[in-house]
Ligand binder design. Sequence first.
Ligand code: HEM
Length: 408
Amino acid sequence: MTPDEARTCQKTKHMDADSNSKYLTPFERVNELTAKFTQLLDEQLKEETESLLCLDSVALYGWLRDRMFSASCTAFFGQKLVEMYPSYCEDFFGFADDFIKFLFQLPSYMMKDAIGRRKRIIARLEEWSSQMRSQCGGTPIDPESVDWEPYLGSRLNRARQLDYTARGLSTRNGAALDLGLTLGLSANAIPAAGWMLFHALDPKAPAGLLPRLVAEIKHSEKADHTLDIATLITQPTLQSLWQETLRMHVDVLVTRHLPEDFMLPLDEEGERKVAFQKGDHLFAGSWVGHHDPGNWPTDHAPTDVFDAERFVVADPKTGERMFNAGKTAGKLFPFGGGKTLCPGRFFAKQEAIGAVAMVLLRFDFEVKGFVDSHKRPTPSFPLAKHAFPGSGSQVPGGDMMVKIRRRQ
Ligand code: HEM
């Protein structure tokens, strides 16, 4: 956007927050979005299980990423986007890798490819939204009516498209915001699901972890072989795996610009304080709290080690395994905080746990080894891709090579 366009957009940004609070955060809406996402992913996986008996060597994260992107994009934006722009997934993840370069405004000669790719994405999104609007007779179907329709998808997307017109944004600026929503939707939850699957299948993980996860998934399976998401997302090991993935693999730098003087208390009694002045910038890096050994119980692995069951405890009354997030407020903040706290956090949890569960339910995996970021074999479990610190979910810098077999 030009600076003028960005100012117009900023003035009406509260409309984004209104649409999110109506169509993205309420549980009913989250459940609706999850139901669509899981239905679409299930259809894809089912089709594959019918044609596939065994794949000998598959790069697991790449495989999962493409399928989750297609299902989540279709759930949010409708069926036509991925049909009209089949290479959106590839372009999008290239854009996501370059995103921070745009934020730091690197000189254009250092990011020619990134600029070309962004132009292409916005042009294709603009073409899509213009065509979809004309197919809907000019106005998107009322978000208060059906939960999903093929042209413009979810209630949230239809509300946003209506808002773009009300905010006086051009179709090009609307397309830029659609790319922004894709970033929120796909750049964090999909890599997080990838890490969950890696840790679940890691040959060095505790021997009982995978059987416990599979048992919880089977416990959530309905008679028609679909998953009961409400049961699934309350299972202790699955929840702990999700929480530990957020602790270990999300790195955010929550940034605030102070509109007035501000006194920040450093202890509960308010005896130690730091004074900030209007105009100052505050940065809160999640990495510190997520990794500080003083913040986490000592009867688990050190905080620089992934411990999938860090948040599983024994119920004091029954002795049964239960999930306990512990005293994590202010220490674990992968979704930021305050007014702009991630509105997609509830969907993200259902999407990631749902996807991992569906994949583990349908397929057996045999880990064959690992590859590094240049796809060269390596004995090491994948590290995070080189990126600027504080930019959200870490993206795997390598992959896990697996043999995939259809579960009988
Ligand atoms: C593991 C998954 C996710 C993580 C770690 C994550 C993290 C974040 C963070 C740190 C912020 C900024 C918060 C702040 O300013 O304090 C944010 C904002 C946002 N996220 Fe997420 N997110 C995830 C998934 C999602 C999903 C699935 C969506 C769905 C659409 C989503 C939509 C958004 C939106 C729209 C914003 C902007 C909110 C605003 O500026 O008002 N996120 N997210």
